[in-house]
Design a protein around this ligand. Sequence first.
Ligand code: ZN
Length: 117
Amino acid sequence: MQTSEMSAVRIGFVIAWATLAMAGVGFFQQGSNANLKRRWYPWYISLSWVVVVSYLSYFAPSWGVLLLALFAITPLFIVSIRTTRFCEVCGAPSRKKKVLFNKPMSCSRCGACFHGW
Ligand SMILES: [Zn+2]
């Protein structure tokens, strides 16, 4: 493989990451449309997963390493989709944590309660 081809692929991944990161910060952190975020979040995480996996499959030294990495990172993405909720009031993202005595979670930005969570 040519060195220039390798760096072109690297640049491609950097651009993909930068785009995802900007979308994550701009849309999911700043925006206030909770419904829209809820609809797009699984796609966003899935897309990040695809980028990570294609990066790994490109640079992993062997299939064993790639499989091991897949087993290590895939649960993180699934957990991220399953535990992230967006506030109904202000749209801020929150991570579900194990809370003692089933205390209701509240939004870290506006203090609204996450009912039935
Ligand atoms: Zn809120």
